[in-house]
Design a protein around this ligand. Structure first.
Ligand code: MV4
Length: 503
């Protein structure tokens, strides 16, 4: 297979720049695509050339397959890197690339098909001997059939959309009396979100951890894992903080989960970078959840502890090269990534697009800032409001937390609101520091992390500090020399103001 000489990056923002950086290091030319809203975006300036693909909404630009393929042809690119999101997990796009004679840097369409639908993925995994969350593999024909199944396995159960992912169409059923209404709600939500109302049932797992395994495969049947990422710090199914190694994994669990993840990837003839997601229950049993058939947002933490460049590995695998390693490297040290968003935590995390009037980006030893923004840039409101990923490496977890805090404190972003303070609060929380935080952590500790105070306690604290200040000022006023001409008084000036004058 011939070497790749030019890559069209079918994405925007930080991930487009991330991919182009490796291309540059490998001597590969780059072409960007951009929408009307991204004319002055950093990924356009980073690429060797750039092609306009349409109006701001991604449906009319970044998601239009033919526009992307036409741009690649015009550029004379021999490959397309899809990044994450957009067309990255779209099997029909992979086939369209193939038909156009362009290498898709990612897995074959057949692997995407095998993992795309949750019930099909579960069936494939069961066949391969991969543990899945106990439950059904087929959607149910009727409500009665579904209710009978839920009664058999016992509440609580989780209803999930077969066509879905990311928590949409998902419903927890606590009592069988609630089953019928939850079932109908899940089905209609699934229909609206995915155009597919198939719903299946799983046993509900209490307070699970989200632990995922990075896998990698070449075109010659060599498949390895690259250890795990702990991703339990999520809010509304959006990851906020990721780290590796997972603080809850033993070397034995890592080896076992890695082995299972490789088995999952092999079962679908996977090629390139992929991620096998697991739920880990309180007893530390682990169950296959889904497979992401793309490079993930949080891949930098894996790069930090393995020393590998995952984008370079993706490109080499797409060129038909053999994997340069045969087993998972021992994790070296610890890495944490936090996602910096243009959003306002105090307004229910509402996106806060707008112009960045001033920007200072963290740096220093073992700090990496993957960003798509710059001073003077206007964050558009058409896309995901993530403005950067801050990741760090340190020898130990304790030091990695301290380094992340240090780096976050260097960040200065003016003009828009960010979640930086919220991120600092997460890293300072005893439960995060303790390491055994599960997927309920951010929701459960929401008020604490936002600095929302208990109203009664706040009132009490205000009273106490007022009394204290008054008593202190009384004492100070008494020890003051008498003010001139005022007969020993202080001219009617309050003791507080006097105290302030003395400072
Ligand atoms: C579950 C679960 C508990 N039991 N399935 C949420 C997104 C979807 N991909 C899977 N999810 C869950 N499935 C059973 N049987 C709890 C979750 C879940 C979750 C999973 C991963 C990361 C964050 C989460 C937050 C809430 C619920």
């Amino acid at each position: 297979m011939p070497k790749i000489r030019k890559v069209l990056v079918a994405n925007r923002g930080e991930i487009a720049i991330r991919v182009m950086r490796t291309c540059k290091e490998l001597g590969i030319a780059t072409a960007a695509v951009y929408s009307e809203a991204d004319r002055s975006a950093l990924h356009v300036r980073t690429a060797d050339q750039a092609y306009f693909v349409g109006p701001p909404p991604s449906r009319e630009s970044y998601l239009v397959q033919q526009r992307i393929i036409d741009a690649a042809k015009q550029a004379g690119a021999d490959a397309i890197h899809p990044g994450y999101g957009f067309l990255s997990e779209n099997a029909s796009f992979v086939r369209a690339c193939e038909a156009a004679g362009i290498t898709f840097i990612g897995p074959p369409a057949s692997a995407m098909d095998a993992m795309g639908e949750k019930t099909r993925a579960r069936a494939n995994m069961i066949k391969a001997g991969v543990p899945v969350v106990p439950g059904s593999t087929e959607p149910f024909a009727s409500l009665e059939e579904a209710r009978a199944y839920a009664e058999k396995i016992g509440c609580p159960v989780m209803l999930k959309a077969a066509g879905g992912g990311g928590g949409k169409g998902m419903r927890k059923v606590e009592r069988i009396a609630d089953f019928d209404s939850s079932w109908r709600a899940a089905k209609s939500e699934a229909m609206n979100a995915f155009g597919n109302d198939a719903v299946y049932i799983e046993k509900y797992l209490e307070k699970p951890h989200h632990v995922e395994i990075q896998v990698f495969a070449d075109q010659h049947g060599n498949t390895i894992h690259l250890n795990e990422r702990e991703c339990s710090a999520q809010r509304r199914h959006q990851k906020v903080v990721e780290e590796t190694p997972s603080p809850i994994l033993t070397p034995e669990m890592r080896a076992k989960m890695g082995e299972v993840a490789v088995k999952a990837a092999k079962a679908v003839n996977y090629v390139g970078a992929g991620t096998v997601e697991f739920l880990v229950d309180v007893h530390r049993n682990f169950y296959f959840l889904e497979m992401n058939t793309r490079l993930q947002v949080e891949h930098p933490v894996t790069e930090w502890v393995t020393g590998l460049d995952l984008v370079a590995l993706q490109i080499r695998a797409a060129e038909g090269e053999k994997l340069p390693l045969t087993a998972a490297p021992e994790p070296r040290g610890h890495s944490i990534e936090v996602r910096v968003y243009a959003e306002d935590p105090s307004r229910n995390f509402m996106p806060s697009p707008g112009k960045i009037t001033y920007l200072r980006v963290p740096g220093g030893p073992n700090v990496r800032d993957d960003s798509g923004v710059f001073p003077g840039y206007t964050v558009p409101n058409f896309y995901d409001p993530m403005i950067s990923k801050l990741s760090v490496w340190a020898p130990t977890r304790r030091e990695a937390i301290a380094r992340t805090q240090r780096a976050l404190s260097e960040y200065v972003v003016k003009g828009i609101t960010t979640n930086i303070r919220y991120l600092k609060a997460i890293l300072a929380h005893p439960e995060f520091i303790g390491g055994d935080y599960d997927t309920s952590f951010l929701t459960r500790e929401h008020d604490t992390l936002l600095g929302v105070e208990d109203a009664k306690l706040s009132e009490m604290a205000l009273l106490a500090s007022t009394v204290h200040a008054y008593q202190r000022d009384q004492k100070r006023a008494k020890s003051l020399p008498a003010a001139s001409g005022q007969g020993g008084g202080n001219g009617g000036v309050s003791p507080w103001k006097l105290a302030l004058r003395r400072r």
